[in-house]
Design a protein around this ligand. Structure first.
Ligand code: SF4
Ligand code: SF4
Length: 375
């Protein structure tokens, strides 16, 4: 008998109730059962029993059409762990020649610590941390995870986080957390990389990326890892002054990180932090995927845009000055989308928004001019 593709207890849990269908962005686009969480679980079961081969066109299409946003999890009365099932599905589906070329290249690049470190240079690598008096031994430090793509694309986010909490230790000799691998058919490698990162960063790990936070906590446990908004909620912020636009408090909305919200249940914390410095504006689709979804915007650019566009309508209709993000993929996706529309809404990571408010609260002579803008 051939080994199972899926953990039977995970695959058996779905009771086919369909409560997840309205939450699923791809079902929303197509109204096709096969593109819903329930439909995909039916496909997984067919794959498991051998009723469908892995190269069946519907199976192949749906394994990549799924955003992996996990919006189907919090609404599921049976507690189906869809994210875990999707990882197991892609481990099997995206093996050998079936691995998409873009995925193959990206996982090879971020597998190597040296390349990850070099990725920081073009955007301004923040370098290795220098010990400060009283910081203590490595295992007692609170390490800032620099990420792989975040350190390349948005190094200013790590700088902003350290302005808020200078004790965050910036150890430049750190690799990728393995989330990219886990979500793209290499879950064993994703687990291995998370453990390697844990050895490089002993003690507590704080990350500014919701996707990385969810992957790391799933491997290392909740007590080793905190996403930045959780850490700031626990430890506090420096003095903050209100952010003003045209003589009034700024209007600020948020785009949730899917894995942070759906996988870790973290969504109140960033909103409460925004409300400290601005008028928080609720954007109805804030909890819905923006279409970035890791490699998705590269693999399926048209579908990614189709998911994004209604969200951009919502953002513009809300009349916000800033849109806050808590994940680098969302940051790239929303900056690009709003730029295409020539929108005046600026995208900032939560760390950047708060660092801007902290700079405003500093005595005038110490002000450094705040942090970089989204676009
Ligand atoms: S809500 Fe959960 S149990 Fe119901 S169909 Fe969706 S995944 Fe299955
Ligand atoms: S992960 Fe997202 S896109 Fe995939 S089935 Fe669940 S809700 Fe739909």
């Amino acid at each position: 008998m051939s080994p199972s593709i899926f953990t039977p207890a995970l695959l058996d849990r779905c009771i086919s109730c369909g409560f997840c269908l309205p939450a699923c962005p791809t079902y929303d686009l197509t109204k096709d059962e096969a593109s819903s969480p329930r439909g995909r679980i039916t496909l997984m079961r067919a794959l498991e029993t051998g009723a469908l081969p892995a190269d069946d066109p519907t199976l192949a299409r749906e394994a990549s059409f799924c955003l992996g946003c996990r919006a189907c999890e919090p609404v599921c009365p049976a507690g189906v762990e869809y994210g875990a099932l999707l990882e197991q599905w892609r481990d099997h589906q995206w093996s050998g020649w079936r691995v998409p070329l873009i995925v193959r290249v990206l996982v090879q690049v971020v597998r190597r610590d040296l390349l990850v470190r070099l990725m920081g240079f073009p955007g301004g690598n923040i370098g290795a941390g220098r010990p400060k008096a009283g910081v203590g031994v490595a295992a007692e430090r609170v390490h800032l995870m620099l990420g792989c793509f975040e350190r390349a694309m948005f190094p200013r986010v790590a700088r902003a986080a350290r302005r808020l909490r200078p004790e965050l230790w910036k150890q430049s000799a750190q690799g990728c957390c393995g989330a990219l691998h886990a979500h793209n058919g290499e879950s064993d490698e994703g687990i291995k990389m998370a453990h390697r990162l844990a050895e490089q960063l002993p003690g507590t790990i704080v990350t500014t990326s919701g996707g990385c936070a969810a992957h790391l906590t799933s491997v290392l446990g909740r007590d080793r890892v905190l996403e930045l908004s959780e850490y700031l909620t626990r430890e506090g912020t420096p003095p903050l002054s209100p952010l003003m636009v045209d003589g009034r408090r700024a209007r600020v909305g948020i785009q949730d990180s899917c894995h942070l919200r759906n996988g870790m249940g973290v969504h109140r914390q960033p909103r409460a932090l925004i409300a400290l410095v601005a008028d928080y504006v609720d954007i109805p689709s804030a909890g819905r995927c923006c279409g970035a979804a890791g490699t998705y915007s590269l693999l399926r650019p048209q579908d990614s845009r189709a998911v994004l566009e209604p969200k951009l309508d919502d953002v513009e209709a809300a009349g916000v000055d800033y849109l806050v993000v808590v994940n680098p993929g969302c940051q790239r996706q929303l900056i690009d989308g709003l730029r295409r529309r020539k929108s005046t809404v600026r995208v900032l990571h939560l760390a950047e928004l708060l660092a801007k408010a902290a700079a405003g609260a500093e005595p005038a002579r110490r002000r450094t001019g705040g942090v970089g803008g989204g676009h």
